[in-house]
Design a protein around this ligand. Sequence first.
Ligand code: FES
Length: 105
Amino acid sequence: PKVFYTLPDGTERVVAAEPGDSVMRTAIRNGVTGILGQCGGELSCATCHVFVDERHAGEFPPVSEDEDDMLDVAATDREDTSRLSCRLVLAAGQEVHVTVPEAQL
Ligand code: FES
């Protein structure tokens, strides 16, 4: 899989990912700035907030109640496309475009 991260300054990072890794873990592994993942993917920090490109709507499981609660307290206001990127697990061959919000803390 491959992840295209659009950073707050408008630049793009394209990163090859491992199947089974999340969009959060892929960012951390590759030094993509702006995704912190402070809780390590336990759904308790909201510092892995991203906006998922609308073309990928439906490619991931829907937002759970716990994820929804955490998105409410994300540092950057949530939008319809908001997800916690530790919930976005990548499958082989998948290509995903996400935008990193201005702030995670
Ligand atoms: Fe903490 Fe995703 S890494 S909620």
